[in-house]
Design a protein around this ligand. Structure first.
Ligand SMILES: CC(C)(COP(=O)(O)OP(=O)(O)OC[C@H]1O[C@@H](n2cnc3c(N)ncnc32)[C@H](O)[C@@H]1OP(=O)(O)O)[C@@H](O)C(=O)NCCC(=O)NCCS
Length: 177
């Protein structure tokens, strides 16, 4: 299989980002929600309007991972919006890091994560944050290996379901890529 390539996404990628966002979210978490809630959430969080707005936001960045021009994964990063008392306007957040099921576990996530960290730390050290589902043990192991640890939790609402989400932090003092 050809090597996957990683590139920054641009406005013209809105459609593919919208598709891979909804598809990977559904593959990973779709079973947790009522079908109507899932449909509404897919539209709100991954619809074209929202994707365009994210791409147009200069404070945010998105990446696409492709094989032969076909998207297999993506990431989104920007200022931290997580509900924790220590979050300041200078904090950065990895907001999304997702691969299609058939492309997980082969090192693609680590490579993409490295690119995102470089971008988040381009202007020097700062606190970095991630929100992760309390039962997403694979992703938690992945982030722990990259020096993130749990500092809090909150409820993440998808329709009638409220997920228990862990808030992870990597302090500026430890941020070495
Ligand atoms: C989490 C994710 C981005 C990691 O990327 P990856 O390419 O699978 O990871 P790598 O191959 O670089 O590293 C493997 C490590 O990733 C973690 N991991 C998480 N989900 C995994 C999966 N489905 N398969 C394999 N590894 C997974 C594990 O820590 C694994 O290490 P282990 O050997 O100790 O189990 C990817 O698995 C994924 O897209 N998962 C589904 C979406 C998701 O949970 N995103 C995070 C939301 S906060």
């Amino acid at each position: 299989m050809p090597e996957p390539t990683i590139r920054r996404a641009v406005i013209a990628d809105a459609e593919v980002l919208s598709w891979i966002g909804a598809e990977t979210f559904t593959q990973t978490f779709g079973h947790l929600y009522h079908p109507d809630d899932l449909e509404t959430f897919r539209h709100e969080a991954y619809g074209l309007d929202r994707t365009h707005a994210d791409l147009a936001d200069q404070a945010r960045a998105q990446w696409l991972v492709e094989i032969d021009g076909q998207a297999i994964g993506y990431a989104l990063a920007g200022p931290c919006d997580l509900p924790h008392e220590s979050v300041t306007p200078t904090c950065g957040e990895l907001k999304r890091l997702y691969f299609l099921k058939d492309h997980q576990g082969g090192g693609n996530g680590s490579r993409l994560f490295g690119e995102v960290l470089c971008w988040l730390l381009a202007d020097g050290p700062r606190d970095l944050w991630i929100g992760v589902w309390s039962e997403n043990f694979g992703a938690q192991r992945f982030y722990e290996r990259h020096d993130f640890s749990k500092v809090g939790e909150y409820g993440f609402k998808v329709g009638r379901t409220v997920d228990r989400e862990f808030i992870l932090k990597r302090p500026a003092a430890r941020t070495q890529i």
